[in-house]
Design a protein around this ligand. Structure first.
Ligand code: AMP
Length: 615
């Protein structure tokens, strides 16, 4: 992977302040980049302007609209994300300042937070004439708090303990409240306020709206939510990550059937030392991984059910440079921290913005820059827009490198090595042979060099298979279907394919990607030369376009899959074509399936450079 890359995002693309992930937020209430898109009452909008809030923070953009609609909201957000205004502004919008009774209650775990929140809400309420906010917390005299309550403060912000005290003293009744907010709910529960919170909420009318904000979402909070909230909208922001800043984000419209080819070309021309490709499912991880291996990339795939040890080994290889591409599901790549990853490709659009941010956060680490390219289908622009809105990023459209770009890229990489090779000398043999060849064939030397260049990058000329051609190695699903049907009689040639038998099967841990990788790598073949693969317990059958030379068979035979040599030879059918099936020649059955801990994350191409022409 060297120097051609997706078109860069514009340098001045805005940077996400956080990411938001509406779990069941209504689509019509997505993150918005402007307060103009939020329907705040005029006095509150004025307050926002006066406070100098030019754009809503991510949590505000997500939480304010549903709160204004009267919905209950669960917000996963930490301090510093602007969460106080996220609940404070809608809370004020729900209050009637002319009515002098308690209409809103905010519970906070500490005296400091209660004071801070009360101050913030008071600052939003400056244009709302007649609105009073009182803070109730322990460690200070009851008198002033009682007087503020009796004067008819509409907003109460307090710690659960002191709020309970005022209720017991009959200073505070909650039957008039319209909105209840639990701020830093996880902290309140951690500090032992669970019962108080329950008790306080049970004294408020059923009709009240509840907003719950918490940095984390432990089970205890979920229970509170289940008991006291009605069909809550969930919103969440992750703290601003410096990685997001250093990632150039682009997208490309690629129909699904062209994605593997496009991906291989992107990877073949990327300057990144290592890349991660994100897919949604384990099956997709295997399928895409297989295709990349067949196209000459050193790739492996992991999904959630890959055992931890295996995962660690793969991550280590990514780190030490012996693996170029990792195809992974979200779960498998969680927390992965490898500095060499310069490129993340989303093979499909992540469903949630949060997932998008986690994915792209795998690159641009440790002060390095990174690229993130997202493939979208022709009808998926809306999904892209959702991500753009939620992350407050604009993604620039990238151009997928063409096969010509790949050839240019490969030749350029080769040419840069020429001066050094010339200076090392011992070229007489080649000068002589080439001189003879030119003279004998009356060929223009530049044509000769051009042909050598084309051949060295795998360009077979017009009429040959191109990158657009569909890859013919079977997907795991096709393979499964063919296994179900059982092995056919040996078919020496069918549509130009010859059936070969290799001495590794399911019992040795063989899987299609490993077999394809070994055959293409050692036999000098292209992925497109490999047809159907059938895996049996003790051996496998592989269809190969044309036929293999003795030398190719010898080289492939020495390659290993699952620690066993491939020992390839023409398939002569059961008992060499003479009789019924041999032992171990029964087709793969369910019971033969490798044990769970043997599956996944297994394959990669032989350790050599990308094969020519296959990207
Ligand atoms: P909080 O997370 O609510 O404690 O807010 C953190 C800080 O961000 C406070 O100082 C707020 O005044 C400030 N803040 C909140 N929302 C915005 C916004 N939309 N624009 C700029 N600053 C904000």
């Amino acid at each position: 992977m060297t120097d051609v890359s997706p078109a860069p995002a514009s340098a001045d693309a805005p940077v996400a302040e956080g990411s938001t992930a509406p779990a069941d937020a209504a689509p019509e209430a997505p993150a918005s980049p402007s307060f103009d898109d939020i329907d705040l009452p005029a006095p509150l909008r004025r307050a926002v302007d006066e406070l100098g809030f030019s754009t809503p923070s991510a949590i505000q953009a997500q939480a304010i609209p549903p709160l204004l609609e009267g919905r209950d909201v669960i917000g996963v957000a930490q301090t510093g994300t602007g969460k106080t205004a996220a609940f404070g502004l809608p809370l004020l919008a729900a209050i009637d300042p002319s009515v002098r009774e308690v209409q809103a209650l905010v519970l906070a775990p500490t005296r400091e937070l209660a004071m801070q929140v009360a101050d913030a809400i008071a600052s939003f309420a400056t244009s709302l004439g007649g609105l009073d906010v009182v803070a109730l917390y322990g460690g200070s005299p009851y008198g002033p708090q009682e007087r503020a309550l009796s004067r008819g403060a509409q907003v109460v912000v307090g710690t659960p303990g002191r709020v309970m005290d005022h209720m017991r003293r009959a200073n505070l009744r909650l039957d008039t409240i319209r909105v209840a907010v639990l701020d830093e709910a996880d902290e309140m529960l951690r500090m032992g306020f669970a019962e108080d919170v329950e008790e306080i909420l049970s004294h408020s009318p059923d009709s009240r709206q509840v907003a719950l904000f918490s940095a984390t979402m432990p089970a205890a909070i979920q229970r509170v939510a289940q008991t006291h909230m009605k069909d809550p909208v969930r919103v969440s922001v992750t703290p601003q990550s410096s990685t997001v800043k250093s990632v150039r984000q682009t997208y490309a419209v690629v129909p699904f059937r062209h994605r593997t080819g496009a991906l291989a070309r992107v990877l073949a021309t990327s300057p990144a030392e290592a890349a991660i490709v994100f897919v949604r499912t384990r099956a997709a991880a295997e399928e895409v991984g297989t295709s990349l291996v067949a196209r000459g990339l050193i790739a492996a795939s992991i999904s959630g059910d890959v055992p931890q040890k295996e995962r660690e080994k793969i991550v280590e290889r990514l780190r030490d440079g012996s693996l170029q591409v990792l195809v992974a599901t979200d779960v498998a790549a969680r927390g992965l921290d490898v500095e060499r990853i310069g490129l993340v490709v989303n093979f499909d659009v992540p469903k949630e913005a949060e997932s998008y941010v986690h994915r792209i956060g795998r690159t641009g680490r440790a002060g390095r820059s990174g690229e993130a390219l997202t493939f979208i289908g022709p009808h998926e622009r809306r999904a892209l827009k959702n991500i753009e809105r939620a992350t407050k990023q604009t993604l620039a459209e990238a151009t997928i490198p063409s096969p010509r770009d790949v050839s240019k890229h490969r030749l350029a990489a080769l040419l840069t090595q020429v001066p050094e090779r010339i200076s090392r000398g011992r070229l007489e043999l080649y000068r002589e042979l080439i001189g003879e060849f030119v003279a004998e064939n009356e060929i223009d030397p530049l044509d000769l060099v051009a042909a050598l260049g084309a051949m060295s990058v795998g360009d077979d000329g017009p009429g040959s298979a191109t990158e657009e051609e569909e890859f013919t190695a079977p997907s795991p699903r096709t393979e499964e279907r063919s296994r179900d049907r059982g092995p056919r009689e040996a078919t020496p040639t069918e549509h130009g394919y010859t059936s070969y038998k290799v001495g590794v099967g399911h019992n040795h841990g063989a899987r299609p990607p490993g077999i394809v990788g070994a055959i293409t790598g050692e036999g000098g073949l292209h992925g497109k030369d490999i047809g159907k693969i059938q895996i049996f317990p003790h051996f496998s059958l592989v269809q190969i376009r044309g036929s293999l030379s003795a030398e190719q068979m010898e080289r492939i035979s020495r390659a290993q899959v699952g620690g066993r040599e491939l020992r390839i030879g023409p398939d002569r059918g059961p008992r060499g074509g003479k009789g019924p099936r041999r032992d171990g020649e029964r087709p793969f059955r369910r019971d033969d399936r490798p044990r769970r801990d043997e599956r996944g994350g297994r394959y990669d191409a032989p350790r050599r450079g990308p094969r020519r022409g296959d990207a």
